[in-house]
Design a protein around this ligand. Structure first.
Ligand SMILES: *Cc1c(COP(=O)(O)O)cnc(C)c1O
Length: 462
C-alpha cells in the first residue's frame, strides 16, 4: 500500500502521567505579580499557566528514562551507570574522554579555569558566548569575543543559518590576538537559537587547525542543530540526525553540554575531549576538586542513566521534526497575530522583537520587561526579558541605559506542551497586539550590581 503523507502533525508521544496546569483569575495574577515585584523570576510556578521562562531542565522524561532511573548504580567508583553514560556520550560525539558534570556551567568553570592557568589574559572567540559561558570566561580574567555573521543582527530577514560564525573575522582575530580556543555554540542561543551550518563548522575548524587553535562545541542543542542541517543544507537530506551530529563533532577537539537541553534530562552535563591532552589531565583534577570523582562528577548514578537514554531520544527524527515544527507553529502564529519575531524561529524558542512591536513605548520604561509582565497579567504566561534589565547597563548615577535589543523570549520546554497550549498563547498574544495601550511601563525600585534581572524589584509607572 502506498504511504500517504498526512497533513495533520501530532505530538509523537502519548501521555502517561499528567501534571495539572494552574488556572488563575485576573485578580490573582495582578496580586501575585505585584508581590513578585514585576519580576517573573519571583513568581511561584503554581501561579503560572504556561511556563516559557526557559527550556533548560524543564523537559518531560520518557517512560524509558523513568525506567532507567531504577537501574541507577550509585557506587562511588566504577558504577555501571557511569559506563552507560560514557558510552552514550562517546557514541554520539566520537570523543573517548568524558567527564560528567552537574550542568553546563560546571564544564565551563573547569575548562576556562584550565585554559586561563595555561594562557592568562587570552581571548576566547565564538559565534556567540552564552551568558554563563561569557561569565566563566570573564571570571577567569579572559576576554569573550563574539563574532557572529552580520545576518544574526537582521531580525526580520530570513536566512537558513543565522547562527554561523564570521569566518573572515575568525581568521583576523586568531592572527591578531592570543586565542587559545574557538567555541562554536550550536545552536546559537544568544542569537535566537539560530542554527550553524555544517559548512561553517567545517571551515571554522579548518581555520583553527591551520593556526593550531583547538575548537570546541558548546553543544547544548546539537540535536536541534543537526535537524536544521538535515532540512536546510544541501547533501544532508538523506542522513540521520545521528550521522549529522557525528560529522559536526568530527571537526571539533572537544565539547561540553548542558544536558538539560537536548539530552532531555532535568539535570546533568559533560565535558569531553577528543585526545588525552594536558587540558584533560588538568580538567580531571579540577573535576575532583569541585564537582566529584571522575565517575560521577556531580550527578547521581540514576541521573547518568536518564542522560544516556535521553541523548538517544533527543536525536530521534520524529521527535526533532515535532520539536522544530511546533516551535515554528508558535512563531508563525504570533506573526499572523501581529507580533513581530526574530525570523525564522529558532529551535528552542520564539523571540518577540519588542522594539518593532511597541515602537512608541518609551525606551526608559523597560519595554520588554513591561510586555513580559503584561503577558503574565493577561494570560498567566511566563516569559523572559532580554533587554535593558538583563544587560543591566547603568550610567554611574543609578540611571538605567537603553539596550540595543529589546526582546521577549518564549523558551519552550521539551515534550511538555501540546498544540492547544500554543493556540492559547497565540490567542492571548493576538489580544495583546490589539490592546497595546494597556501595557504599563516599569521602573527599577531595587537591583543588585551584577546579573540584575534575576533578582531586581520593579514598580509600575504611568
Ligand atoms: C544552558 C546553556 C549553558 C549553561 O548550562 P547550564 O546547564 O544552565 O549550567 C551553556 N551554553 C549554552 C549554549 C546553554 O544553552
Amino acid at each position: 500500500m502506498k504511504e500517504i503523507q498526512w497533513k495533520t502533525k501530532f505530538e509523537p508521544f502519548k501521555i502517561k502521567v499528567i501534571e495539572a496546569v494552574p488556572v488563575t483569575t485576573a485578580a490573582e495574577r495582578l496580586a501575585v505579580l505585584k508581590r513578585a515585584a514585576y519580576n517573573p523570576f519571583n513568581l511561584p510556578a503554581e501561579k503560572v499557566t504556561i511556563d516559557f521562562l526557559t527550556d533548560s531542565g524543564t523537559g518531560a522524561m520518557s517512560d524509558k528514562q523513568w525506567g532507567a532511573l531504577m537501574a541507577g548504580d550509585e557506587s562511588y567508583a566504577g558504577a555501571k551507570s557511569f559506563y552507560r553514560f560514557k558510552d552514550a556520550v562517546t557514541s554520539v560525539t566520537g570523543f573517548a574522554n568524558v567527564l560528567p558534570v552537574h550542568q553546563g556551567r560546571a564544564a565551563e568553570r573547569i575548562l576556562f579555569g584550565v585554559i586561563a592557568s595555561l594562557k592568562p589574559g587570552a581571548t576566547i572567540v565564538s559565534n556567540a558566548h552564552f551568558d554563563t559561558t561569557r561569565a566563566n570566561v570573564e571570571a577567569n580574567k579572559m576576554e569573550a569575543l563574539d563574532i557572529p555573521v552580520k545576518e544574526a543582527y537582521l531580525f526580520d530577514t530570513p536566512g537558513p543559518f543565522k547562527g554561523n560564525i564570521d569566518l573572515a573575522k575568525l581568521k583576523k582575530v586568531i592572527k591578531e590576538k592570543n586565542v587559545p580556543l574557538c567555541v562554536m555554540t550550536v545552536t546559537n542561543n544568544s542569537f535566537g537559537g539560530q542554527p550553524v551550518s555544517m559548512a561553517n563548522i567545517r571551515e571554522a575548524s579548518k581555520i583553527c587547525k591551520e593556526n593550531g587553535v583547538p575548537m570546541f562545541l558548546d553543544c547544548a542543542r546539537f540535536a536541534e542543530n543537526a535537524y536544521f542541517i538535515k532540512t536546510r543544507e544541501k547533501g544532508y537530506q538523506n542522513k540521520t540526525p545521528e550521522q549529522i551530529a557525528r560529522e559536526m563533532f568530527s571537526y571539533a577537539d572537544g565539547a561540553w553540554m548542558s544536558s538539560k537541553k537536548d539530552a532531555l534530562v532535568n539535570i546533568g552535563g559533560f565535558l569531553a575531549f577528543k585526545n588525552d591532552t594536558a587540558w584533560l589531565q588538568k580538567a580531571k583534577e579540577a573535576l575532583i576538586l569541585g564537582e566529584g570523582f571522575l565517575n560521577y562528577g556531580g550527578m547521581s548514578g540514576r541521573d547518568m542513566e536518564a542522560l544516556a537514554v535521553g541523548l538517544t531520544e533527543g536525536l530521534d527524527e520524529n521527535y526533532l521534526a515535532y520539536r522544530i515544527e511546533s516551535t515554528a507553529y508558535l512563531g508563525e502564529g504570533l506573526l499572523k497575530a501581529g507580533v513581530p519575531i526574530i525570523y525564522p524561529p529558532g529551535g528552542h524558542g520564539v523571540y518577540i522583537d519588542v522594539k518593532k512591536f511597541l515602537p512608541n513605548f518609551p525606551q526608559s520604561k523597560f519595554p520588554a520587561q513591561s510586555l513580559v509582565c503584561h503577558m503574565y497579567k493577561t494570560g498567566g504566561i511566563r516569559a523572559v526579558e532580554i533587554g535593558m534589565l538583563m544587560f543591566g547597563r547603568r550610567d554611574g548615577k543609578g540611571n538605567w541605559l537603553p539596550a540595543e535589543m529589546e526582546l521577549v523570549r518564549l523558551a519552550i520546554p521539551r515534550r511538555v506542551y501540546t498544540k492547544s497550549h500554543f493556540d492559547y498563547v497565540i490567542e492571548v498574544m493576538a489580544h495583546i497586539a490589539k490592546n497595546k495601550k494597556d501595557i504599563k511601563g516599569l521602573a527599577v525600585a531595587w537591583a543588585p550590581e551584577t546579573l540584575s534581572h534575576f533578582s531586581a524589584k520593579l514598580k509600575e509607572v504611568n
